[in-house]
Design a protein around this ligand. Structure first.
Ligand code: ARG
Length: 270
């Protein structure tokens, strides 16, 4: 995670962002602290990145890279406003001991924001931020199966805003963010899909962090939380409204370094 010292709405690169609707700096700090505390209470240990002035979206560490075992594919951001983050992400990941590769040449790739394992498959969102061809090549580089999913609604511009694997066979999703083909791909490949309603999707219900059986989301997702409880999960709500102003929430503010719970490779790792 990266503390929100220099976080703010300094440009507009997704429909949630308006420079006229600034984040409250103090409240953002409190909300970020609340998320960190919730994750720690679920058993996560948190490593920090140093915030940098002029890179307000550096807080959204999900986009830094995609981690696979001891490797990381660092991001190549679509928008110039975020491209300054990549050298810092690369240095941090290398210092952490990961072997860091670039995405395939000239293709944009926004890390775990658009590439999520569920079982042994990498689900990969494209069109808004990451390129479809890049995902396929990343799959070849890593030797994993990739299922590309076209993102159809600009409000759900990263896959992690509308899809959240919970385990190797279960995921939360917002159907309205996908085209018909994408919905069919998900239905055919994820044994249990938990749909969220449009109003909860807008509260970033799908942008959840899973730590063991604990699922941490923004406040305002009571229906999803009820469903999670019925399935044996422990949902935690923590308000993240100041980050929603930038188009992000719980999951966007984190990058899992040791493998998501839903990734088959995590279970088999030493
Ligand atoms: N303002 C950031 C952007 O538009 C938000 C990133 C949210 N991250 C995520 N993984 N969905 O790039």
């Amino acid at each position: 995670m990266c503390p929100p010292l220099f976080y703010g709405i300094e440009y507009e690169i997704n429909p949630w962002m308006s420079t006229e609707r600034q984040a409250d700096h103090k409240l953002a700090g409190e909300q970020w602290d609340g998320l960190r505390a919730a994750l720690q209470s679920a058993g996560a240990s948190i490593e920090l990145m140093t915030p940098v002035k002029g890179l307000p979206d550096l807080v959204f560490t999900a986009n830094a890279a995609m981690v696979y075992r001891d490797r990381a594919i660092v991001a190549r951001f679509k928008h110039p406003q975020r491209q300054g983050e990549t050298p810092l992400d690369r240095a941090w990941l290398e210092h952490d001991g990961l072997s860091v590769d670039d995405p395939p040449a000239d293709l944009s790739f926004e890390g775990a924001g658009d590439a999520l394992f569920c079982g042994d498959t990498l689900y990969a969102g494209y069109r808004m931020r990451s390129d479809a061809g890049g995902h396929q090549q990343i799959g070849e580089m890593l030797g994993v199966r990739v299922l590309p999913l076209e993102l159809a609604d600009p409000y759900y511009y990263h896959l992690d805003t509308c899809f959240c694997p919970l385990s190797q066979s279960e995921a939360v999703y917002f159907p309205g963010a996908f085209d018909e083909y994408g919905q069919k791909v998900l239905e055919a490949n994820v044994p249990t899909l938990i749909p969220v309603a449009a109003d909860e999707a807008r509260s970033f219900a799908c942008n959840a962090v899973v730590v063991g059986k604990t699922v941490v989301t923004n406040a305002g997702c009571p229906q999803l939380h009820k469903q999670l409880k019925e399935r044996g999960y422990t949902p935690i709500a923590t308000p993240l409204g100041e980050f929603v102003k930038a188009g992000g929430s719980a999951k966007c503010l984190t990058l899992r370094l040791d493998g998501e719970e839903a990734a088959a490779w995590k279970q088999t790792a030493d």
